[in-house]
Ligand binder design. Structure first.
Ligand SMILES: [Zn+2]
Length: 671
């Protein structure tokens, strides 16, 4: 009985209902009809018809209830009118009308209420004037919802997938039935309109609320979600605390995501949170982005799973979970709302849930006294359990402003700087996807740029904007391909051209022609090492002579995770790793690993560094290429003109900045 419902709309200390003198006075009821007519929600005839039904009904039924049953108005419309005009019926009146209490009992209850400042319903329960069921039935009349004895209903277990169990349990609600586009939900506290709004948003269905006794709702929950009633034994602790968003503590940085907040608030339904202030999810997207940016994540993955959402962050190239201090639970229970908010921010179609959509938004971020603009690219796809989203974070603060900032070892950086001084020729950057090729190109272009030259870029997509470059985005649908841009660029008299990627014969051919006609061209290829660029270009149909005359150099790179400097400790690698990767390490040096600490999210790694090799063909190499010599011969000759990656690896191993485990990861990724 201690679970007495908190359904009261009548605050303690409110003027006693009886004093309103509305008991049994039909005028007060008529006024609701007038209100509905004046707001064009019902016609005079509909109200008259409903009043007729009310008169002929044996038990008392409020007019609003009848109009809802007759489908003249919805419960939302009625609640909105009642709340705005402060016309909610008084609980005491309803109990008297329903003959649950006598006027004398009510008067005694109200007297007690003035003394104890408790809720009227609770007092009447304590005085044993009413039962919980009678109270609830009266509240149902007050809220214009139906009361059901849940114990007599057969639960439809297929509906449990629609609602996150954590959400259902903490809000004490049970899905009961689904009729076409409407989900009927039994709620312990049906006044929580924000919870109803969240359900509507997460399920995509209209929600019809009913109620029952607290005990029977708990029994129904136990029946529907039995796995949540047992203590967890599989190691995955089930959340027991309330699913509330908690602010990220101790963050020195303040994010001013003005646009996020404004757009989010505009979405809020008119009477959302009228009855309860803080149930909404405002600010959650902002909190999520704050965590991601502070941790240096490149992407946030929001994946729909059974009953909720899995939230992971790509940090240093690896997907990992973070301790979100309860935020993840809140987001899981309000997945639909989260997705809707992301769609609004990214200017996507909020009603579209069945097709993939891509969008973006931008937010201003204030940190260390500086304001930067961060771009977010949002991609949404529908899946088996609902929509999943990936948010790519384009934070310009991490961008290299020159070749020096790329982290290349000095001989490689020096030779690359030299190549970038050329006014004509082609420089290629190669590596697998996600090896930082575009970052390297950006740093290289920043090194070259000065106001006296013109730099044109064709990118897919443009990730970072730089005022010094004229950037162009590839759009295959419009026919704006790399090749088409390259052809046009030649008529725009550039000094430097950057082509995001060479992946077809036409682009390859045009890039080499541009390089031959007095332009410095930078681009990328998808190959595993520097010398492999040669067979790849030949495959693409580029003439060997053209390659020989224009190829200045090929930089091949990898990103490898750096051992966390805060928790680094000596360690011996496993014999298997030593045997598979020992060809890289010739001598006996000290091995290190990260033990794992808060700074590295217990991964042992923090940040990434680049491992690179640079091949700059000399006359001997060029003669062989020109002659069409076998690849083995060219490759052998190129060894003398290549600063090899193996040197880089041994350097970094000796410094303890990487280890065999980290390198093995790269090998697998490449293989
Ligand atoms: Zn660490």
């Amino acid at each position: 009985m201690n679970s007495a419902p908190r359904l009261e709309l009548e605050p303690p200390g409110a003027p006693p209902s009886v004093r309103n003198g509305s008991l049994g006075r039909p005028g007060a009821v008529l006024r609701l009809g007038d209100l509905l007519v004046s707001e064009s929600l019902a016609t005079q005839a509909q109200v008259q018809k409903a009043l007729h039904v009310q008169d002929s009904s044996k038990s008392y039924m409020p007019l609003g209830h009848i109009l809802i049953a007759q489908k003249v108005i919805t419960r939302r419309q009625l609640t909105s009118v009642l709340v705005r005009h402060r016309r909610s019926a008084k609980l005491g009146q309803l109990l008297v009308k329903a003959k649950a209490v006598t006027s004398d009992e009510l008067a005694a209850g109200l007297k007690e209420q003035r003394r104890t400042q408790q809720l009227l319903g609770q007092i009447l329960l304590q005085l044993k004037h009413i039962t919980e069921e009678q109270l609830r039935r009266a509240l149902c009349l007050q809220l214009h919802i139906h009361f059901f004895d849940l114990d007599t209903l057969v639960l439809d277990t297929s509906l449990k997938a629609l609602i996150n169990p954590c959400f259902a349990e903490t809000r004490l609600l049970v899905p009961v039935a689904r009729v076409r586009n409407t989900l009927v939900v039994a709620m312990d506290d049906p006044t929580r309109t924000a919870v109803i709004d969240e359900l509507r948003s997460s399920t995509g269905l209209e929600i019809e609320v009913i109620t029952s006794t607290t005990a029977s709702i708990r029994r129904a929950l136990a029946q529907l979600y039995p796995e949540r009633q047992q203590p967890s034994s599989n190691g995955r602790a089930l959340p027991t605390k309330r699913c509330e968003p908690s602010p990220i503590a101790g963050e020195p940085h303040v994010i001013k995501f003005e646009e996020l907040d404004r757009l989010s608030e505009d979405l809020a339904p008119v009477h959302n949170d009228v009855l309860r202030g803080s149930e909404g999810t405002s600010g959650m997207v902002r909190q999520l982005l704050t965590v991601a940016i502070d941790r240096g994540a490149s992407d946030i993955h929001l994946e729909a799973v059974d009953h909720g959402i899995q939230i992971r962050f790509r940090i240093d190239g690896v997907l990992q979970g973070l301790d979100l201090a309860g935020l993840d639970e809140t987001l899981a229970s309000t997945r639909g709302k989260l997705m809707s908010r992301l769609k609004i921010l990214s200017k996507l179609d909020i009603a579209e849930r069945r097709r993939p959509q891509d969008g973006s938004f931008r937010a201003r971020l204030e940190r260390d006294g500086q304001t930067t603009t961060v771009d977010f690219r949002v991609s949404m796809i529908p899946g088996y359990y609902g929509e999943s989203a990936v948010i790519r974070i384009l934070d310009p603060r991490g961008l290299p402003q020159s070749v020096d900032a790329l982290g290349l070892r000095e001989p490689v950086a020096a030779r690359l700087r030299q190549l970038l001084c050329s006014s004509t020729g082609l420089i290629l950057v190669t590596g697998p996807t996600g090896s930082g090729k575009s970052t390297t190109l950006f740093g290289a272009l920043r090194s070259i740029y000065h106001p006296g030259i013109k730099i044109l870029t064709a990118e897919n997509p443009i990730e970072y904007v730089c005022d010094g470059f004229r950037q162009h985005e590839v759009n295959d649908q419009l026919g704006n391909t790399f090749a088409r841009y390259l052809r046009s660029f030649l008529r725009h008299d550039p000094d430097v051209i950057m082509v995001g990627e060479i992946r077809d014969s036409e682009t390859a051919d045009l890039a080499f022609r541009a390089a031959q006609t007095g332009h410095l061209v930078l681009s990328t290829l998808h190959t595993n090492d520097a010398i492999s660029a040669l067979p790849r270009l030949l495959d693409l149909g580029v003439d060997a002579n053209l390659i020989a005359s224009s190829l200045l150099g090929v930089l091949s790179q990898r990103l490898v995770r750096e051992v966390c400097s805060e928790c680094r400790e000596p360690a011996t690698p496993s014999p298997e790793l030593l045997s598979t990767l020992l060809h890289l390490a010739s001598s006996d040096f000290d091995w290190y690993r990260g033990r794992g600490c808060g700074g590295c999210n217990y991964t042992g790694y923090r940040g990434r560094m680049v491992l690179a090799e640079l091949w700059t063909p000399n006359d001997a190499d060029i003669m062989l290429i020109n002659r069409g010599a076998p690849f083995a011969d060219i490759s052998k000759s190129a060894q003398k003109t290549t600063l090899p990656m193996a040197e880089d690896v041994i350097d970094k191993l000796k410094q303890g900045r990487t280890n065999l485990e980290g390198l093995d990861e790269v090998e697998q990724e490449v293989g």
